[in-house]
Every structure is written in C-alpha cells, then in structure tokens.
Design a protein around this ligand. Structure first.
Ligand code: NAD
Length: 437
C-alpha cells in the first residue's frame, strides 16, 4: 500500500526508497507502542505536533484536514475516561433500547452503561457481553430494588411500555437513583405528578427523554422562531404518523399504552411546537377518526387532528396517525419565509428546509448540517445535570405539561368542542437548564 502511494509520487527512486523505509519505521514503532499499551498511533508519530513532552494530555487535538472554505465538522470527540463517566442502568431491552439507545452510548462522552434490567435473563446476558456490562449488574423486574446497592449506577433509564414508567420511576427514586424516562412520561397526569413527587422527595433528578429538544437543527429553528429572523410566525403545521403492524403489541392495548397515536407519536408535534415557541397553549381542539373494524384499533385511537392556540393568537395544526405511511414533518410559516424539517422526528437523516424571496427569485434551501446523535446528546445532558446538580432541560414538569394537554385533547375530541387550558405568562416555564451544546 505504502509502496504504491509512494510510487505515484514524482520523486527520484532513492528518495522514494528513503521515504518508504522511514514511514515503515514509524508505523512499526506505532505498532510496538500500541502492543505495549501506549496511547499512540502512526498519525501521532507522523504528526510530531501531537506529542507532549509532559505525557498524556486531557484532550486530543488534530490539525484540520480541510480548508476554511469547507463545512465545519465540529470539535473532535474528546470523551471522558470511563471511570469518570456517569453510570446508567437500562431498564427494558426492547426495540428502542437495542436499536438506538445502547449503540448511542458509543457516541456519548460523559455516560456509560453499567447495568441492565430485563425480564429475560438470557437476552440480558447476551446484551451484557455485547456492551461489557458485568453479569453481577443484571437485574429483573422483581429484584430491581436491590439496584440501590450498586454504586456503579447513578441514573436509571426507563425504556418500558408507558404503563410501567411511573412504577419504575418511583422505585428508582426510592433506590436513590436519578431517572431518565422515555416519552410519554406516563399514562395519566396523576401518574406524572406522583413521579415528580417521588424524585423530589428522594432529591433525585427526573428528565423526560425528549430527544428533539437536544437536536441541533431543531435548536436552530427555535432560534429563527424566537429571534423572528424572518418576521413573526403566523402559523405552524406538523405531522407525525406511521402505519402500525401487529395488532397484539402493547402499543395497541389501552391499559399498557395509555392511548394510541396521540401519546406515542402525536406527542412529538405537540412537544416540538411548545419547544419552538416557548409558550403554552391556552386552547385545544381535537378530532379523532378511528375505524374500529380494523383489528388494530379495538382499544386505542388511530387518526387525531388537533389545533393548539397560543396566548399571542398563533395557531398550530397537527396531525398524527397509526394507519398512514410514515410521515414526520413540520413547517413554520413566518412573514418573510417558511421553514421547517422533513423528516423532522426520525432517529436520523433529519433535514431542514427554508424558502424566502431574494430579488427576482424564490430561494429554497436544504442546509445539510453535520449529523449528531440525538440520543447521545440527551443522555450526556442528563449526566451534566447529575454532575453539576442542575435541573434537566426537559424535566418531569415538561412531561407533565404534555400529559395535561393530551388529556385536554381527548376531552375535546369526546365532547367535540374547544377546551380551555390554564393561561401562563412567560416562556419556557417548564424547562430547566439549557444544554451545553
Ligand atoms: P418494545 O416493545 O420494543 O420494548 C419494551 C420492552 O419492555 C421489551 O423489552 C419488553 O420485554 C419489556 N416489557 C416488560 N414488561 C412488559 C409488558 N408487560 N408488556 C410488553 N413489554 C414489556 O417498546 P419500545 O419501542 O422499545 O418502547 C419502549 C418505550 O420507549 C415506550 O415508552 C416508547 O414510547 C418509548 N420510545 C421512545 C422513542 C424515542 O424516540 N424517544 C422511540 C420508540 C419508543
């Protein structure tokens, strides 16, 4: 390989030979050093500015590869050493845990997996091997409370069916652990209130995993909305829906899921719009359309169309469904532009768009940002809050407010009328400390 690269250089044979030998020597040194356990590599040896006479440095830096004209990649990941990181117990090893959350710890800089909780020990043993979790730190739902004796666990991350969020939050708080809980926070307002109280009583933190509020594209759109970059926002339209399968899954069981598309995916429209404008709706109006002959919809709702009215008069139109092809987008209509995300709420591949007039043209842009792992950003934010004793940006109160609005939306649909909500003055009333990045 080196031979062929050097052969393409226009150099005299003896100079090429010298370069090949010296580079080989450097690579051999790197190999020997790495076999001896030293933290060095060929690129460091080839770039002497990265070596330090004083020994290992806290943060690694590398010179940029591209010219100033190119897209910035953001800072080099500089994860904390493992022994310093905040330890997480993952409760529930289903789709979200296995497909997204556990792999995302690889992109975390301040957090590590230290325990697993599952009803299936064989599965937990396999996952423990995959992620380097000690067998002693595997729990089931019955012996979970003994996690209080595990000093490696700082935070319990609850990724269970919605009806189990309250129980495991309360048990975690009683075990002296902080809690990161998946959305929707719980099935009822009363459960959310019990969860907040349990964490307050135990002096533990409670954060709801609203990953969109930690995602950089959405944060940029929030800035455009709040700073009125394109004038006042006049209207917002958002859709989050998908075609659900197996009728026997817990998501279609009212007792286990609390509801259908609304608390599961419609919540993204509601929560993201509240995040973008920072205000709380004063009135909601919803209509539900469900084909109860469809075996999937014996217990929970299918299509929900709803309107949110905010104190300044702004209206947002939202749609969610369990029976249309997956579609996840929103668009903000402002005086001098429209802008938004499509896809908006997916795990990856999020895409911003904006359109505005310039001279004789209408400019339609789709800016492409360097992608960031949303799960890693939210998990590391929780770790920051634990370490520095700050209230998470999306605390229990944020999840409770969504649940109050969802209950009002169900009431509105049942009684086919607009429902008024408590009027709040000010912005971001239910959010905690702003994420570092
Ligand atoms: P899932 O069905 O794939 O996994 C649920 C896990 O809970 C499984 O391991 C299952 O064995 C376990 N479990 C324990 N008791 C159970 C019971 N009585 N019935 C069914 N399962 C039981 O679900 P999921 O998609 O991983 O969702 C879990 C949670 O994560 C839900 O609250 C969901 O709303 C949330 N979620 C969030 C996102 C997000 O992007 N933030 C995405 C998907 C799901």
């Amino acid at each position: 390989m080196l031979h062929s690269i050097l052969d393409t250089l226009e150099l005299p044979v003896e100079r090429r030979h010298f370069l090949f030998r010296s580079t080989q020597t450097l690579l051999s040194a790197a190999l020997i050093a790495s076999m001896a356990g030293y933290e060095t590599n060929a690129s460091e040896l080839l770039n002497p500015q990265n070596t330090s006479a004083a020994g290992p440095v806290d943060k690694i830096s590398l010179p940029p590869l591209e010219a100033q004209t190119e897209q910035k990649k953001g800072p080099l990941p500089n994860p904390e050493p493992m022994e310093k990181r905040i330890g997480y117990a993952i409760v529930g090893l289903g789709h979200l845990a296995l497909e997204q959350v556990l792999p995302s710890f690889g992109a975390c800089e301040k957090s590590k997996i230290t325990a697993l909780v599952s009803g299936n020990r064989d599965k937990a043993l396999t996952v423990a091997k995959q992620y380097g979790v000690s067998e002693k730190s595997i729990y089931d739902y019955q012996n979970f409370d003994s996690i209080k004796n595990n000093p490696d666990v700082d935070v319990v991350y609850i990724i269970l069916p919605n009806c189990m969020h309250a129980e495991f939050t309360i048990r975690s708080a009683k075990a002296g652990k902080h809690v990161l809980c998946e959305k929707p926070m719980a099935n009822t307002v009363a459960e959310c209130e019990q969860m907040i109280k349990a964490c307050e009583d135990a002096k533990r933190k409670l954060m709801i995993a609203y990953r969109i509020q930690y995602e950089p594209n959405n944060t940029e759109i929030k800035k455009m909305v709040r700073e009125e970059t394109y004038g006042k926002v006049k209207s917002i339209v958002a859709v989050n829906g998908q075609n659900i399968g197996d009728p026997s899954q817990w998501r279609l069981n009212k007792k286990l899921a609390g509801g259908g598309s609304l608390p599961d995916v419609g919540i993204y429209c509601l929560n993201t719009i509240r995040f973008l404008i920072g205000e709380e709706p004063v009135e909601v109006y919803a209509q539900i359309t469900t084909d109860t002959a469809d075996p999937r919809f014996k217990e929970v709702e299918d299509v929900v169309n709803f309107q949110l009215t905010f104190p300044g008069g702004l209206r947002a139109m939202c749609g969610t469904s369990y029976s249309h092809h997956q579609s996840r987008n929103y668009r903000v209509y402002a005086e001098r532009a429209f802008f938004g995300m499509d896809p908006a709420f997916a795990y990856g591949g999020l895409q911003m768009h904006r359109s505005f007039a310039q001279d004789e043209s209408e400019i339609y842009e789709t800016p492409k940002r360097t992608a960031k792992n949303q799960f890693a950003l939210e998990i590391d934010h929780m770790s920051d809050c634990v370490r520095t004793d700050k209230k998470p940006f999306t605390p229990g109160e944020e999840g409770l407010q969504d649940m109050k609005i969802i209950e009002a939306l169900y009431l509105s649909a049942r009684e086919n009328r607009p429902v008024q909500l408590k009027k709040y003055e000010g912005k971001d009333l239910f959010r905690g400390s702003t994420p570092e990045k």
